[in-house]
Design a binder for this molecule. Structure first.
Ligand SMILES: [Zn+2]
Length: 210
């Protein structure tokens, strides 16, 4: 910008000088000197203007630079924020996934515990059924044994009864003995009697005769 202004100044100066013809009078020289002075003045003013403009431009550049810096900083801050947000979002996601995994694990453990409890109950029921069955069998065995014992007792009673003399039969008794006999059994005075008479006296059958 400064260069352009200077070039323009030099050109206009040259044109002024050549355009004035070749008059050699003192008046003309004075006029030219005045023109040069005026041009120099103008040049100074222009230089000032240029300097002021340059200052403006510099300040504008600085401003612009500051703005650029600010915008860069803002961009950096934005990027940082975005990264932070992303990191936060990822952390949140990871947390959510962990919570999900935890819940799944807890559910699996609950199911496992439930199954274990069911298996335990089934085993307990099986054992109880086994014990009931064993008890039932023991009871059956006891009843069967009891029945057999009763049967045996009945059979024994039957056998004893069979061995006993029939009603109306004649037996032999002694005056002092406590038994009755089928015949004169050993020493003593045996007299015949009916079974009813002997039993009425409280006599029992002799083990040798019956
Ligand atoms: Zn006898």
């Amino acid at each position: 910008m400064k260069k352009l202004l200077k070039l323009g100044l030099v050109l206009s100066l040259g044109l002024t000088l050549t355009g004035c013809g070749s008059g050699n009078s003192e008046e003309t020289i004075t006029q030219q000197s005045q023109t040069i002075e005026s041009l120099e003045k103008e040049n100074k003013e222009l230089t000032k203007t240029v300097s002021s403009l340059e200052k403006s431009v510099n300040s504008y550049k600085k401003e612009k630079q500051a703005e650029t810096k600010e915008s860069k900083e803002a961009e950096t801050a934005k990027k940082k924020q975005a990264e932070e947000d992303k990191a936060k979002a990822e952390a949140k996601k990871a947390e959510e996934e962990k919570a999900k995994a935890d819940a799944k694990k807890a559910e699996e453990e609950r199911i496992a515990a439930e199954q274990a409890e069911m298996a335990k109950k089934a085993e307990e029921e099986r054992i109880a059924a086994e014990q009931a069955e064993a008890q039932r069998k023991a009871e059956e065995t006891r009843v069967a044994q009891e029945a057999a014992a009763q049967q045996q007792a009945a059979a024994e009673a039957q056998a004893q009864q069979t061995a006993q003399p029939a009603q109306g039969e004649s037996v032999y008794v002694t005056p002092t003995g406590s038994k009755y006999h089928t015949h004169k059994c050993g020493n003593g005075t045996y007299t015949p009697a009916t079974l009813e008479e002997a039993q009425a006296r409280g006599l029992t059958p002799c083990s040798k005769c019956y």
